[in-house]
Design a protein around this ligand. Sequence first.
Ligand SMILES: [Zn+2]
Length: 139
Amino acid sequence: MYAYYSRLIQKEYKMTHARNRLLNELILITEYISADALHFRCKDIGIATVYRTLDIFEKLQIVEVIKRDKCKLYKIRHPRKYFHIQFVCKTCEQVFQYDDPEMIQAFSIFKSYIETQFHHMLDDSLVLEGVCKSCLAKE
Ligand SMILES: [Zn+2]
């Protein structure tokens, strides 16, 4: 699912070497990290670029952000916490994943409607059931 982040960046911005490098570094880090500490791990990238890139990642909700002593700390958002759309074929039990940004965005609108009107969703996933194209062709 991390590939989704790459596609999301690419869709909104250009995927530069620095963005790719910082994304890959963040994936390896399990704790919250400051921009300075991230810069220390990626010394080939300028500090201003690190700050700019983290702003973009924050905007795209790729990272979770907390504030500690006026300093922002960042952590990659676990993909499992991200929206998840699946289609399950009831005949062959194949699972199809949908993670393109338009679908995710549409689902997030649907999800916030459900939450404001009715319930709190515990799981950020949407599972659709049916019969896949190839099983339909066999019938
Ligand atoms: Zn099928």
